[in-house]
Design a protein around this ligand. Structure first.
Ligand code: ATP
Length: 302
């Protein structure tokens, strides 16, 4: 896999405070990478370092295969704060000014790129109304359109759905999936596990400045090594399975094992009525909390 964002020992101190404590990010081409963490865990500081807005105290950043950040940043689109805009001007005019002010915005293709970007974010219909008359959702979209103007290979978004209603959140999510499927790698921060679980393919978890977990989402929701069984014949099943039963309550049993089909055959063969049987999977929330908890303990012991 090609590396899109790679950091080594990336560190930022503000006086005595370590905001980001030496992290090794690994974002690969095609990822929808969710950068998770509680408020103050260091996400925004990390993003600002990636975008060249904050100077790292130590460590290295490789973006799109190069250490020369200004070069790489031409191919990066970002929405990091409340998208800046001139409230009295229209969305289109704002995008035109923005494109004209930055590096590498080719004038000849400007109108077409603006139309494409507006279309992509679902604002193809906008009229000449000034941006100050936009809803919050429209402003967020305009910010995204601005980030998309240069047709970036990497899109970096800090809390992209902050302040949006459920409908707006869903629309942004669908848009990001579409962009990603068209080839854009996406790196977004969030403090909401549910948002990351619904959208992302890979996740990095920050806790007090440390990256305590980084993996494919799929791998994190793997089997626990137990099988969940629901049956009205709990006592009979428990007697049959003996020490393999890890837990039982009501009509539910958790049985140690990796072979649901085999277990089903054993139970049914013995006349136990099986209503439901499936490998138990790790809940993402538990995995994240456990990683943060373990890191906290290590920090406490150090
Ligand atoms: P949030 O979701 O609240 O934005 P975050 O995970 O993005 O949180 P950061 O904003 O990166 O976290 O902040 C990490 C830590 O660094 C916090 O303790 C914050 O107070 C501190 N910090 C951030 N910027 C500065 C600064 N310019 N000067 C001093 N401390 C700072």
């Amino acid at each position: 896999m090609t590396g899109v964002v790679r950091t080594t020992g990336l560190l930022k101190r503000y006086g005595p405070l370590t905001a980001v404590g030496g992290i090794d990010l690994d974002v690969r081409a095609g990822d929808r990478y969710g950068f998770l963490g509680a408020n103050g865990s260091g996400k925004t500081t990390t993003i600002r370092m990636l975008l060249g807005l904050v100077h790292p105290t130590a460590g290295q950043i490789e973006l799109l295969g190069t250490h020369r950040l200004p070069d790489a940043l031409r191919q990066v689109g970002a929405v990091v704060e409340q998208p800046a805009s001139y409230g009295h001007l229209s969305g289109r005019t704002n995008l035109r000014l923005l494109d004209a002010s930055g590096p590498g915005g080719d004038r000849r293709t400007r109108s077409a790129r603006i139309d494409d970007a507006l279309e992509l974010v679902g604002l193809g219909w906008i009229d000449r109304r000034p941006v100050r008359a936009y809803s919050l959702g429209m402003r967020q979209r305009l910010g995204l359109a601005a980030a998309l103007l240069r047709r970036p290979r990497l899109l970096v978004l800090d809390e992209p759905t902050n302040g949006l209603d459920p409908q707006g959140i869903r629309e942004i999510r669908e848009l990001l999936v579409r962009l990603n499927e068209a080839g854009t790698t996406i790196f977004l921060s969030s403090h909401l596990l549910s948002e990351v679980a619904a959208l992302c393919t890979r996740v990095g978890v920050m806790d007090r400045g440390r990256l305590v977990l980084q993996d494919q989402l799929e791998a994190l929701g793997g089997p626990t090594g137990r099988i969940e069984v629901r049956t009205p014949d709990v006592a009979q099943a428990a007697a049959l399975l003996g020490r393999a039963v890890a837990a039982a309550d009501g009509t539910r049993l958790l049985v140690t094992g990796h072979d649901p089909a085999g277990l089903n055959a054993v139970l049914v063969g013995a006349g136990v009525r099986v209503e439901h049987l499936a490998a138990e999977r790790h809940e993402l929330e538990d995995v994240v909390l456990a990683a943060a908890g373990a890191a906290g303990e290590r920090a406490g012991a150090a």
